[in-house]
Design a protein. Sequence first.
Length: 742
Amino acid sequence: MKSSVKLNKQQLKAVRHNEEPLLILAGAGSGKTMVITHRVAHLIKKEGIPPENILAVTFTNKAAGEMKERIEKLLGKRGVNIWINTFHSVCVRILRKDIDKLGYSNDFVIYDAADHLSLIKNCANELKVSDDLYTYLFISRKISNLKNNLITPDKFKEDEARDFNFLKKAAEVYSLYQKKLKENNALDFDDLIMKTVNLFEEQPDILRHYQERFRYIMVDEYQDTNHAQYKLINLLTKVHRNLCVVGDDDQSIYQWRGANLDNILNFEKDYPDTTVIKLEENYRSTQNILDAAGAVVCKNIRRKEKKLWTKRDGGKKIVYSRTLDERDEAKVVCQTIESLRSENNYTYKDIAVLYRTNAQSRVIEDAFVMRNIPHRIVGGLRFYERKEIKDLLAYLRVLVNQNDSMSLKRIINVPHRGIGKSTIDKIDQYILSESKDMSLFDGIKRIIKTDILSENIKRKLKMFTSMFEKLRGGIKTKTVSQIIRDVLEFTGYLEKLNEEKTSESEERVENVKELVTATEGLEVETGEKGVECFLDQTALISDADTLKDDVGAVAIMTLHTSKGLEFSSVFIIGMENNIFPHAKSMEDISEMEEERRLCYVGMTRAKNMLFLSNSEKRQIYGMKQHNPPSIFLYDIPDDLLERNFSKGLRPIYTPSQYRKKGRFQYSHFRYGSSFYKGSMRDINADKGDSKFIRGGKVVHPQFGLGIIMAKNGKGDELKLTIDFKEVGQKKLVAKYVSLKVV
């Protein structure tokens, strides 16, 4: 296989492994994408495997696009027939063909997060579930978690909800939510994988078809897979077992959305004949950065041993700054960025500022605006989530699928055409009295023929349905951009925006025009011209996909969003206990280990220079905080850090000085214990086990009201699994947390 890229020994070994299971443990910056693409090329060129027998799966459209581009360079036209997609895109392709076997129509629509939450609210209100008992967000997360674990509403009722009264209402909402999704011929994001698994399990012939087609399967970022994704891959590989998974357990940072670290840690148990290859040579960062990041993550217990190294020199020390407050911290970041540009010839796009929570971004944004530093927030309000864009997408959805009553309700009076809420309520009541299975669109067409509504309202509804029929006439023959132009013309949407003559309306007009440009770009890039394809594309876009490499601005984002990206210089701000690690993680062992992995991910985004900072005091969440430095800073060896302190701050002990002075028992950090002043050992030492009972209510000082789901151990070893109203399920050691029984 000819290639201008020279593979190292371990990479070459991975590329040439053809049959039977393969686990590639790929450390940060170790060239895993190159290995996957060269392995695909090797299978086709050297082993004679037909391209259509290969499936490559990853998590972001950006990663999938990069793989496609590289493979086509290696293979030319032969690379076109390979399925290289995200998990969700793969499932959409499968469901578009065969979802009718599950009772859905093949023209289903995909609801995004906002639509999902809106439907949850509707269901909760219909069932009179008080938002005081459950937040809609809690129910949303609960349903998502259930789907990620392939638990249906009926199964949920039989198990958890049967035993705990407080979950029964959540189970009712879940049941109604799924019913309404089906009535709208819609799937949410989690359904895409769950329904594909259902399809395979209920239709063995369809499963066999894909098992025979995809004889060689490669999964990128395997550490981020949840149970549903694990099951999907397990079903597909059951016959041929030529499964290659690539991942890094040290970069598993999505436990909160269902990722199961056990999938990669137990891969060799699932596939006993697995070959394991470690990629430890790093091509991105300096050795100092790798050593510092490795020192943080190696404290975790649940990980596979690996040590990253590079042929690059040691590089500059990691700069640690302690500042007076959050504004002083932002000032230091700005000054350092300008120094990097003047002294190191860096451009703004070479730099990223990372933080643990979105609440930290405001001060940095303000500072950048004051100093005229161009910047871009990655992972904020996405283009396709803006009101005007969602309005137009709703028009497209109804054109494709007239059963989508939720989208229809969104745009029936947008722009204003005199069809208000009272009219919609009357139509809903009419539908309930006539047929519960009737869609809103059909209900409108039928109620027009009755005397229920006034002649004026019926006239407006007739004009509305007539407009849609005209628009639907071009759905099969026109491109997406042409249909959007028709929608804008027929509805007067753009005209209404222009009439407002405000800065906000002008921006919205620009966004609408950009949507037309986006559809034209998609048509040129992919050759796809159908509305259905465009809607699928927009529904599956992630935050990281929105970052363009050619934007001359500093990237600002959360640590989670930064995964998979790299920059010459990286700033991680807010390195304080209760900020990072997050307060919600400091009493839970598994979550504390995930915080360490998140720190490792953030640090290894840096190629040349890494800057860490915290503040003596911080105004955040509407309150003043005085947090100690992050425990992660004390994991980094003294000789790798250069310390800078704002004037007037007291000196901070180095890790070695802390250990010598006995200020804390350092080994506690290995298990994720909290780093507070004083020892946690005596807190609640006299707490009795008997007051904690399954199903009992407790109040946590930070997480609020929760229900005890399970108890394990006794005395000092007592561990409680608690489902909190606001933050979901947590596993806590009773000895180290103050819980009030209510």
